[in-house]
Design a protein around this ligand. Structure first.
Ligand code: ZN
Length: 268
């Protein structure tokens, strides 16, 4: 009898799990009889919906023009909530409440509900938009990366993915259980324009959009690292050990990694 990877229940398993959400363009990385309907439902509503609406991944999805499941152009509203609630702060005063909309011609327009901000942009007082990744955003991204990383491990080694090695990451992904925020490393690479390529053939102009990429590595035979890249953002998470050992940075000698790490005490 099948046992759910995340909650150990015996199912139902009536739907197929997309390791990376369908709305980021994934239609071939799938798991069957592995993640129960109730966990799939939970991840969809509580983790992925937020990640695809409020995080840098949501921005890149719009910027890169990855169409919705219904074939519509993407749009994103990165406004923060008016008041903070929950354990992890979701409001930062330096953040600019912006919306972005992708158009058929490949352009991106932006707007804001914040009249003060609009005035500053129009007058030229504000030249650069600031989008802050709050602890709430980092918390949800970390849970999302743990989910995707563990499911990828499962796809080639089910026993390893189910083993005690990844127990903490499974529980962080599914139940949000952890003291503080699971550390993330981040680096930026390239220019936004690098992710769209144009070439011509006899039928006309072809546009290639690079949506996302991922890698799993075993670093110094000790840290299972999952790297997820979208646009110029690259995120790395250690799936089996949430201690951010500086040695992890050495696995990426050509990139300047920033460690983002909050302990539980910072949220009291
Ligand atoms: Zn389950």
């Amino acid at each position: 009898m099948a046992e759910c990877l995340f909650c150990s229940s015996n199912g139902l398993f009536s739907t197929v799990e997309h390791i990376i959400p369908e709305s980021l363009g994934n239609d071939d990385l799938l798991l069957r009889d592995t993640v129960c309907d109730s966990c799939q439902n939970y991840f969809g509503k509580e983790v992925e919906q937020f990640v695809l609406a409020k995080t840098p991944l949501a921005f890149w999805r719009t910027f890169l023009g990855i169409k919705t499941k219904k074939g519509k152009n993407p749009a994103v509203n990165l406004s923060q909530p008016k008041i903070d609630k929950g354990v992890f702060p979701s409001v930062h005063p330096a953040h600019d409440n912006m919306e972005f909309i992708y158009h058929d011609d490949g352009s991106l327009s932006f707007g804001t509900e914040d009249l003060e901000l609009e005035k500053k942009i129009v007058s030229g007082e504000k030249e650069k938009l600031i989008l802050v990744s709050t602890p709430k955003i980092l918390y949800m991204l970390g849970r999302f990366f743990c989910k995707v990383g563990i499911e990828l491990i499962y796809s080639y080694n089910p026993e390893l993915a189910k083993s005690g090695v990844f127990e903490k990451a499974r529980r962080y992904a599914r139940f949000g259980e952890f003291n503080g925020l699971w550390p993330l490393f981040h680096f930026s690479k390239g220019e936004p324009s690098d992710f769209r390529e144009y070439r011509e053939d006899e039928l006309g102009l072809i546009e290639n959009v690079h949506c996302y990429s991922y890698h799993l590595f075993l670093c110094i035979e000790q840290y299972w690292l999952f790297l997820f890249s979208m646009g110029t953002d690259n995120w790395i998470i250690s799936l089996n050990d949430p201690f951010p050992n500086p040695i992890i940075k050495e696995a990426f000698p050509n990139n300047k990694l920033n460690l983002i790490w909050y302990t539980q005490n910072e949220f009291k």
